[in-house]
Design a protein around this ligand. Structure first.
Ligand code: ADP
Length: 264
């Protein structure tokens, strides 16, 4: 009933007292498109190893039937491909679980320093096999935070494993915690957890998309390293659930650092 230009126009065309509702469908359409892309990506990621396994089964049933050497080689490849499908399904389940829990406040009380020590201990054999040194820079005192124990472990495992996978032989991966007291100015902001490596770094143009599902800088290298392309997407959702913030600092030749600010 207010005399807006729109109202005047309506009256001019003989429509009065009409309620017109507009809905912006852009975001709905975007969500539908994202879902479609995700299903297409998952199908493709599963189909590639599956096609390879089926191909080797055919060969083993036919031409390579009596060739013991070929059989061993093919079985090894099939085992690796099945492992890849297994990792993908595990990561998809993790992703859907963390998405479902994103709005639920985590309630465990834990010592973040202790968590880092235990994850680094568990990944030591992997680091040794890749000739990567694991280091830590942690405060002596416990760093008490409220969070989800399993999910924070997963954040650490994903980031340190990435460091081991992508930094290359001879590199060092350092996990550090800066408690709020060390940064008096930022006291209110929380604990700063960082995972830094001395690897080749990442071109800045990739950084904004790095946490998207299935986004990889080098798909071939990621696959070769057993990557699913979901690790950082999982990390992002867990950080969101903890009301934290993540920043990726990297430059070619300067290594990569993932910084996570967790509220205390
Ligand atoms: P992936 O399973 O491929 O490792 P992630 O989501 O964990 O998937 O990482 C996405 C991509 O980010 C990787 O494929 C890799 O190209 C890049 N990346 C992640 N961590 C590092 C790192 N520490 N150094 C260099 N590149 C990295």
């Amino acid at each position: 009933r207010q005399d807006t230009a729109f109202d005047v126009t309506l009256r001019a065309v003989g429509l009065e007292g009409v309620l017109v509702a507009f809905q912006d469908v852009t975001s709905v359409e975007q969500a539908v498109q994202m879902r479609r892309d995700f299903v297409a990506n998952v199908s493709h990621e599963l189909k590639t190893p599956l096609t390879s396994v089926l191909g080797f089964i055919e060969t083993l049933k036919g031409p390579a039937r009596d060739d013991a050497g070929a059989r061993d080689r093919f079985l090894t490849i099939m085992e690796a491909e099945a492992g890849r499908m297994n990792r993908l399904v595990s990561d998809l389940l993790s992703l859907s679980r963390v998405e479902a829990e994103e709005r639920m406040r985590p309630t465990d009380r834990l010592d973040l320093g202790e968590k880092v020590r235990s994850v680094l201990g568990g990944l030591q054999p992997l680091a040794e096999a890749a000739a990567v040194t694991l280091a830590r820079d942690l405060p002596e005192a416990p760093v008490e935070i409220r969070g989800d124990t399993d999910q924070l472990r997963q954040v650490l495992v994903n980031l340190v494993e990435n460091g081991i996978k992508y930094a290359g032989r001879g590199a060092t991966v350092t996990v550090a915690i800066e408690p709020p007291a060390h940064r008096a100015r930022l006291r209110a902001e929380g604990v700063l957890l960082s995972v830094a490596d001395t690897g080749p770094g990442i071109d800045p143009r990739h950084l904004p998309r790095l946490t998207e599902r299935f986004y990889r800088v080098d798909t071939h290298r990621s696959r070769e390293q057993g990557g699913t392309g979901l690790g950082l997407a999982i990390v992002k959702h867990i950080v969101n659930r903890h009301r934290g913030r993540m920043r990726i600092v990297s430059e070619p030749g300067q290594g990569t650092r993932f910084e996570i600010l967790l509220p205390v």
